[in-house]
Design a protein around this ligand. Structure first.
Ligand code: EPU
Length: 428
């Protein structure tokens, strides 16, 4: 097991390139199994979630090659093997294997998904969708069993706007008989990306990116080539990081439209943000104004950037409030930031940040992916050395983080943890 060590206080400058979107990748990879011939996806990030999904496709008989961000999946020989435990528990998005396998084989057995602990994360809307398409869904000893004689298009109203449920229902519905209509669908860019891949495979989907998606089922889907969209959350993390410790940082490979809510909030804080076609420049930060943030579904402010932004708000002069309306438990990074001398308290679903604070290096633990990103930013800002454990969380979502940050002039490296440290973490 490794930890991350960061020597704070070095200003960052230069260009940083954003990788392909994790939350698209984890849906695009399972989607390939719906085709009858090879599918190639370009620009995939080199993160552990991608490697786990590759292994899952191989487990069910897929022939998968992954090199330099390009994955080719030949799904021809795949079979409907149960995936009750093991790798599926390692990531939340293994739930997309449910929709994809149900769509292709009319049956699936998938262990309940793992992933970041951000408070309750039910999948009732996914199941409601599958049932509405004609599947029988049961939960037996921690695994979801899905079976259908036939999948039939239907009208599904989501009671909660859910990215996962919207995509999962699309995956199950593309080969169903007749028309499926998803109402109150989520509108995140990753949904459009998955719909684009499926459409290139021959699916008939209209309205992805709006709150009503219409899918006319087709009999057969074919292979194709697809380039993934850039990761808006990785880009947003670097925008915040550059605001905190940058002296002029250009973030390359972005779709600025996907980041409008963050751009607006950073400008409100007084950050210089210059938007190009596929790049965003963040100027040297100086004095930051406090702001209030409420996380919302897209195009509102993303919950995934709430934790990194909280760190920047410790540098603003005054009081800021961050309210997470999506996840009740996404504040585990706050205790760690307090150990680094941040002045933050949590009240219900809100964190109240009083700044500015001079952050101090400390030994801290990433409890989830974006908490990890937040602690890295805090480490770059802090005086002295910060040690971040829980690196496996960060490796799930940030491709080449250490190399990319060192490329900007940061001093950050991985180190093996001692047995004593690993024991301490286990018992914490
Ligand atoms: N919800 C339900 N029932 C459901 C599904 C969701 O009540 O059946 C609730 C959730 O508990 C949550 C809200 O609806 O309060 C939104 O959840 P959603 O289903 O949209 O989240 P998700 O699909 O599980 C994706 C991203 C998350 C991101 C959220 C919100 C992936 C693999 N994950 O999760 O990304 O926070 O959407 O935008 O796409 C991350 O990247 O760090 C991350 C956690």
């Amino acid at each position: 097991m490794e930890k991350l060590k960061i020597a704070g206080g070095y200003p960052l400058k230069g260009t940083i390139k954003v990788s392909g979107a994790k939350n698209s990748a984890v849906a695009l990879i399972p989607a390939t199994l719906l085709a009858e011939s090879p599918v190639t996806i370009e620009g995939l990030p080199d993160i552990s979630d991608v490697h786990i999904l590759k292994a899952l496709l191989e487990e069910i008989g897929g022939d998968v090659h992954f090199d330099q961000g390009i994955m080719t999946v030949d799904p021809a020989k795949m079979v409907s093997m149960p995936l009750p435990n093991g790798k599926v528990k390692k990531l939340r998005a293994s739930y997309y294997m449910m929709g994809a396998m149900l769509g292709r084989f009319k049956k699936a057995v998938i262990g309940l998904p793992g992933g970041c602990h951000l408070g309750p994360r039910p999948i009732d809307q996914h199941i409601k969708g599958f049932e509405s398409l004609g599947a029988k869904v049961t939960n037996e000893q921690g695994a979801i069993y899905l079976r259908a004689d036939e999948l039939r298009g239907s009208r599904i109203y989501l009671d909660v706007v859910s990215v996962g449920a919207t995509i999962n229902i699309m995956l199950a519905a593309v080969k169903a008989k007749g028309r499926t209509i998803i109402e109150n669908a989520a509108k995140e860019p990753e949904i459009i990306d998955v719909a684009t891949l499926l459409t290139n495979m021959g699916a008939k989907i209209k309205g992805a990116g709006t709150d009503v998606i219409r899918i006319d089922g087709v009999e057969k889907l074919n292979g194709c080539r697809h380039t993934i969209i850039p990761d808006r959350i990785e880009a947003g993390t670097y925008m915040i990081l550059a605001s905190a410790v940058g002296e002029g940082v250009l973030i390359d490979n972005v779709i600025p439209h996907h980041l409008e809510s963050l751009t607006a909030k950073l400008r409100e804080m007084g950050v210089q943000v210059e938007v190009g076609d596929d790049q965003i420049f963040i100027g040297k930060g100086d004095r930051f104004k406090p702001i209030d943030i409420k996380t919302l579904v897209y195009p509102g402010f993303p919950t995934d950037l709430q934790q990194p932004l909280t760190v920047l708000l410790t540098q603003a002069a005054g009081s800021s409030i961050v309210t997470d309306t999506i996840y009740s438990g996404r504040f585990k990074h706050i205790d760690e930031l307090r150990r680094m001398n941040a002045n933050i308290k949590v009240e219900g679903r809100s964190a109240i940040i009083n700044g500015p604070s001079e952050l101090q290096g400390a030994k801290v633990k990433a409890s989830d992916l974006r908490a990890g990103a937040a602690l890295v930013i805090a480490g770059l800002l802090a005086d002295g050395i910060t040690e971040v454990s829980g690196l496996d969380h960060i490796d799930r979502g940030y491709s080449g983080l250490v190399e990319k940050l060192n490329g900007l002039g940061a001093t950050i490296w991985r180190e093996k943890m001692t047995e004593e440290e690993m024991e301490q973490i286990k018992n914490a």
